[in-house]
Ligand binder design. Sequence first.
Ligand code: PLP
Length: 286
Amino acid sequence: MDIIYFNGEFLPFENATISVYDRGFLFGDGVYEVIPVFDGKPFEIKAHLERLKKSLEAVQIDLPLSNQRWIEICAELIQKNNLKESTFTLYLHVTRGSEHCRRHTISKDMKPTVIVTCMKGQFFTEEERYKGFKAITLEDSRRRDCYIKEISLLPSVLLANKAISSGALEAILIRDGYVTEGAVSNVFIVRNNEIFTPALSNYILGGITRQVTLKVARDINIPFYEQLIAEKMLRDADEVWITASSREICPIVQLDEKLVGTGKMGPVAKKVIEAYEDYKLTVRDD
Ligand code: PLP
């Protein structure tokens, strides 16, 4: 995974240098995407590029490359790193670029810094997934524009770190008494065999895995609702899952100190994970 794409060139990562005035470095002024790659094939790349476009628009950075060019770069990077059989993630990073000063205001005609790298990701085996994971709840300390996939992630870094330090996979975040999402994932719950997930809003990222999870739930006729989820509804749920690109669908079997449902992966999670795996195979055969 040593070769990266950096501002128009493919080169070993240690040869890429960024200006100390890059606004990504100075202000966290940029956006990113993480695309899972299964057996060398990017999954839902068009949906990820669509979201990247939305993030760029939201922070007023011009689109640096066409969709076609992003796709070509990703394919070339996979080939150059000999990853045609591998499962990993593509990381796309765009900052506003640099100028020879530090000022908050945005100058016209800045040239974005563009980086694409291959990263290991955090993929779980079927066994790990079936065993389930622990999550903790924390107050959502992030700002309000969580729908933008922006690189300034300090609150998320601290929240995710708190989860890991307490032996949990993820922190499920609560804002004003309602579930928003995980520090690095979306949240689903199951009650009476029906699925609930927080509706899209400024307070959550529109996860691509969330989107695929709802699609496969619809395909296998499991009712789902996108709505507000009060903290009590989370705590009383029969099942809790989190979803993210490299983690895919992870059942949460312990929330804080309490078991979720029976403390094992639930039947709805099992069906949806199977449908998700089937969907991955059909897309891969395209
Ligand atoms: N929400 C947050 C805050 C995230 O950081 C992520 C992924 O990193 C997600 C949700 C899940 O998004 P996706 O399924 O597109 O990976």
